[in-house]
Design a protein around this ligand. Structure first.
Ligand code: KG4
Ligand code: ZN
Length: 363
């Protein structure tokens, strides 16, 4: 892939993501005909709403939609500017159509449709979870976000976000099957709820993991479903165990004390990491995986990344995890997912046939 002019089989994708509380846009150029995925993410712009939601203790859907409306146009314009390409050079528009908050999704989808109508372009409606799944194909090298050199299949992917926890078996670049998921709360959701239980802000992941780094794993929290011979998870019980621990100690536990917060956080994180690793390795062994990938917002967790790297090495399986900017919600991952689908010959749509679907699950 040369810089500057596009090669004949290269296409430019403008991707838009507004499924929750980040307004994001990215531009990717990629080769649709190369033997293995070959792309570069030219720009990856994220406008986070976290500050606006934090004071309410979580994402307020109505507020999220309104903030997306304010940000979508400048974010898309910045993504184009950063890519040094203009709208005429874009071959296809990818937009997250689900799953997510319906009001948030609608802003991105309708904006993409307007753009497509006015420029006579087509849209590839993209699944947010597929975005996370395929984000593992991206790496950062020489300051650039681009495709990883090579991946060996079968691959087992753990996708852990605020709304989902799933184990996915990938047999090839574009064939996958979800083989496990959470029966209640997602791992990221558990982080967020534990943070709230300790009177700490949203999102919980970064705060809890920071506290955990200084704490001792002195509290024996449960490892739900760890011994069940499947790839499903349950994190609601773990969150409840943390709640009981805090409530039962009552007056004797000053939850505002940093040392207490650190130990709870560390013990909780220990339980989460152990369950996630055990289930993923079980799947990797069963399906003789050559590669393991870790994706989704929770994959930004340093302890989880380190534990996965170590365990994969022990079992002589390659391990890949995307750079931080592709872990939490972003449009770069949406561009990668659309690129992989277009390589596979999936149909691109006229804007009038594109709809937001808040409960669109992959299987
Ligand atoms: O993928 P994502 O940005 O949005 C969803 O699709 O849900 O994931 C957000 C989730 C939140 O629950 C957040 O607390 C969690 O990812 N998260 C983390 C970390 N950074 C974000 N969890 C654990 N450790 C982190 N460092
Ligand atoms: Zn996400």
């Amino acid at each position: 892939m040369k810089s500057g002019k596009l090669d004949k089989d290269e296409k430019v994708i403008l991707a838009i993501e507004t499924s929750c509380d980040e307004t994001a846009a990215a531009v990717l150029r990629g080769d649709l005909k190369s033997k293995s995925p070959k792309f570069e993410i030219l720009s990856n712009v994220i406008r986070s709403q976290i500050k606006e939601h934090a004071k309410w203790g979580g994402v307020v859907p109505e507020l999220a939609a309104r903030l997306h409306i304010e940000s979508i146009s400048p974010v898309v314009q910045k993504a184009l500017k950063d890519s040094s390409l203009n709208l005429e050079e874009v071959n296809a528009i990818a937009v997250t159509s689900g799953p997510g908050l319906i009001g948030s999704l609608l802003v991105g989808v309708e904006f993409a449709k307007g753009l497509a109508f006015s420029t006579k372009k087509l849209i590839f409606p993209t699944n947010h979870m597929e975005g996370h799944l395929y984000s593992a194909l991206g790496e950062k090298a020489d300051g650039k976000l681009r495709s990883i050199k090579q991946i060996s299949y079968p691959l087992i992917s753990l996708v852990v976000s605020g709304g989902h926890t799933m184990v996915v078996l990938m047999e090839s670049e574009n064939r996958y099957k979800v083989i496990g998921s959470t029966v209640d709360d997602a791992a990221g959701e558990a982080y967020d709820k534990v943070s709230k239980l300790m009177g700490l802000p949203y999102p919980g992941g970064p705060i809890i993991s920071k506290l955990a780094a200084e704490g001792e794993p002195s509290i024996d929290f449960p490892r739900p479903m760890i011994d069940k011979n499947n790839f499903d998870f349950s994190f609601s019980g773990l969150k409840t165990a943390v709640r009981y621990y805090i409530e039962n100690k009552g007056q004797r536990l000053d939850i505002r004390k940093r040392k207490i917060q650190q130990d709870i956080a560390r013990s909780f994180e220990e339980a989460v990491v152990e369950v996630l690793i055990t289930k993923t390795m079980r799947a990797a062994k069963k399906y003789k995986a050559k590669t393991i990938s870790l994706t989704g917002g929770v994959s930004a967790n340093i302890r989880l990344r380190e534990a996965f790297a170590l365990e994969s090495k022990k079992n002589k399986i390659s391990f890949i995890v995307p750079p931080m900017e592709l872990c939490t919600d972003n449009a770069g991952m949406i561009a990668i997912a659309a690129y992989i689908n277009l390589r596979a010959g999936k149909k691109i749509k006229k804007p009038e046939f594109v709809k937001a679907d808040s409960s669109w699950e992959i299987s």
